[in-house]
Write a protein of this length. Structure first.
Length: 134
C-alpha cells in the first residue's frame, strides 16, 4: 500500500476543508483506507497549537471542537498513524541539510518510512523530497 507523510499545512487544510484537488484526492483515498498516512508528532503539535491560537487556515477558522475529531482519527491508525522519530530516524535527520527543525523532522520521517511523497505546499520541502499539493 502506498504511504505518505502529512505536513502541518496539509492537515490543517484537510480540517478546514480547503485542500487543493491532488491533496484532496489522496485524503479521500486515505479515508477509504486505500493509502496510508503518517502524521509526524511535530505536525500534530503544530496543528493543535494553530487551532488553540485560533489562527485562520486559508481564510477559515478551525473550531477547537475539531480536536476531538482529530483524536478519533488518530485512534484508528489504519487511516492516519501518529509517529515519532526513533534513533534511526534521528540519524537520517542528522544527515539532512534542511534549515528548519520542523521541515527536517518531516523529511526525516519521510525517508525513514520510505513514503511515496510528503503532502505539503512547503517549497523548501519540495526542493528535497517528492511532494504533492496542487
Amino acid at each position: 500500500m502506498e504511504s505518505y507523510i502529512v505536513d502541518t499545512v496539509a492537515f490543517l487544510a484537510y480540517l478546514a476543508d480547503k485542500l487543493p484537488s491532488n491533496a484532496d484526492i489522496l485524503f479521500k483515498k486515505a479515508e477509504k483506507q486505500k493509502v496510508k498516512f503518517y502524521l509526524p508528532s511535530i505536525v500534530f503539535g503544530e496543528t493543535l497549537y494553530t487551532i488553540y491560537k485560533g489562527k485562520d487556515i486559508f481564510g477559515k477558522n478551525i473550531p477547537i471542537e475539531k480536536i476531538d475529531l482529530i483524536f478519533q482519527i488518530l485512534k484508528n491508525e489504519e487511516t492516519l498513524e501518529l509517529v515519532n522519530l526513533n534513533l534511526e530516524a534521528w540519524r537520517i535527520f542528522h544527515t539532512l541539510e534542511v534549515p528548519e527543525l520542523h521541515d527536517r523532522m518531516v523529511v526525516a520521517t519521510h525517508h525513514y518510512f520510505n513514503t511515496k511523497a510528503i503532502i505539503t505546499n512547503d517549497p523548501e520541502i519540495s526542493k528535497i523530497a517528492d511532494s504533492i499539493w496542487e
